[in-house]
Design a protein around this ligand. Structure first.
Ligand SMILES: Cc1cc2nc3c(=O)[nH]c(=O)nc-3n(C[C@H](O)[C@H](O)[C@H](O)COP(=O)(O)O)c2cc1C
Length: 414
């Protein structure tokens, strides 16, 4: 595969020699094009050494233009990848500008374009940047990431460039539209629930759990990347809305139940990755409870079971549940698969260094006559692998001439 790698002037450019190595390790030929700002962060010498090709930086380089013109370069590319992509390049691409080599190439190519944005989280959340992101998405540009985490500026938020290996896996894998033309969930509608719920005790207090929503959000993104229309019913989390996904925000388990059932018609895949509160306070007074007694009792009542209610529908979608357990993970997961009549269950152990709120996870997936283990990796990567397996199982059981529905249900999101 011929990858035309555009590098722009973000701090994450220092990771690009590694990205080039990862791309080449997957068999890609890499031609690098840098912007003027990129040269401030990474040297041409390093990039030329790892790519094995002279770096292109200037539209007006007569010698380079004579050996392979910018139009020929645009035709040569099977994929154009821009990583890191600055706020500035996103604006230039969205506006259709062509004042430099990289933007000119992007206008002149028929290859799919993918960008891996990387910037300070406040920049990423700026309405202008988000408007450009939407414009690019609507034109078919694939947006890879960004990841959530600690940033070069010392703050934490969404804006980190995806890990080079993850980028290489997407660009060289089957997911990028156009590389093999196949998106495993094209034409399907997937409903995902994610995050925790909050059950009010009184107007200022609530019961919740440690779910961060990261796994459910990653699943939603991965399903969208596979061509599905994705609706995400999200409890309260601190994550940016995934690109290309319709998000419905809720707080309580009852609201999540209602939003799920309001959206279920026509859903092929239901993925309930939320950690829904099993119980809620029986009574939440309108006024703050005062500190008048030494002890107090809180009466809790069971919440309605979203997973079971969807799996029990007459026309139930292909249903996948998640089981987050602290012990006997396999037994509990298999029990849940059977009792709730799920199509699949994704099980993981919640422990010291895995599960809730961690960026990495390892899971075992079970279905009626099979199982598959997934080694510890970034949740974004894991989500892609899980969604791929779900699509395969769906195709095997309900695909083609059988039913047109795929439901994924998860009960525990991390
Ligand atoms: C030290 C430093 C770090 C920067 N990091 C980023 C970054 O991570 N993301 C970003 O969008 N812009 C960043 N910028 C700003 C861009 O370099 C600037 O907008 C530039 O015009 C981008 O041009 P280009 O997109 O043509 O490479 C940074 C600037 C400096 C001085």
């Amino acid at each position: 595969m011929n990858v035309l790698l555009g590098i722009t002037g973000g701090i994450a450019a220092y990771k690009t020699p590694e990205l080039v190595r990862r791309l080449r390790g997957r068999g890609a030929d890499v031609q690098i094009v840098t912007t003027a700002s990129a040269a401030e962060f990474v040297t041409e010498t390093a990039l030329q050494a790892v790519s094995g090709r002279p770096v292109r930086a200037n539209l007006w380089d007569k010698e380079a233009e004579a050996s392979m013109s910018h139009i020929e370069l645009a035709r040569w590319a099977d994929v154009v990848l821009i990583a890191p992509a600055t706020a500035e390049i996103m604006a230039r691409l969205a506006s259709g500008a062509a004042a430099d080599l990289l933007t000119t190439l992007c206008l002149a190519t028929e290859a799919p374009i993918a960008i891996a944005p990387a910037m300070n989280h406040v920049m990423w959340n700026n309405p202008a940047v988000q408007a450009n992101r939407r414009t690019l998405e609507q034109r078919g540009v694939r947006i890879l990431g960004p990841d959530y985490g600690s940033q070069a500026c010392g703050e934490t938020g969404a804006g980190r460039m995806l890990d080079p290996d993850e980028i290489a896996a997407i660009v060289c894998g089957p997911q990028l539209a156009g590389t093999d033309g196949q998106q495993l969930l094209a034409g399907k509608t997937v409903l995902v629930t994610a995050g925790p719920t909050r059950e009010p005790i009184d107007p200022v207090r609530y019961i919740t759990n440690r779910s961060s929503g990261k796994m459910g959000y990653a699943i939603a993104s991965a399903a969208a990347a596979q061509g599905a229309r994705v609706v995400l019913v999200s409890g309260p989390v601190s994550l940016p809305e995934p690109a290309g996904v319709e998000v419905i925000h809720v707080k309580t388990a009852a609201q999540m139940y209602a939003a799920t059932h309001d959206s279920i018609a026509g859903v092929d895949v239901f993925i309930a990755a939320a950690a829904v509160s099993d119980y809620r306070p029986a009574d939440a007074p309108q006024q703050k409870i005062k500190k008048t007694q030494e002890t107090m009792r809180l009466e809790l009542v069971r919440s309605d079971d979203i997973l079971a209610s969807v799996a029990g529908l007459d026309d139930a979608p292909f249903t996948i549940g998640f089981a987050a357990e602290t012990e006997n993970v396999r037994d509990y997961a298999l029990g849940k698969l059977k009792n709730k009549k799920l199509d699949m269950i994704v099980a993981n152990k919640v422990g010291e260094d895995c599960g809730f709120d961690y960026d990495d996870n390892a899971v075992d997936v079970y279905w009626r006559d099979g199982e598959q283990s997934f080694a510890k990796t970034a949740k974004t990567d894991l989500a892609r692998q899980i969604v791929q397996l779900i699509a395969e199982r769906y195709e095997a059981t309900r695909g083609a001439a059988t039913q047109p529905k795929l439901t994924v249900i998860s009960t525990k999101d991390q």
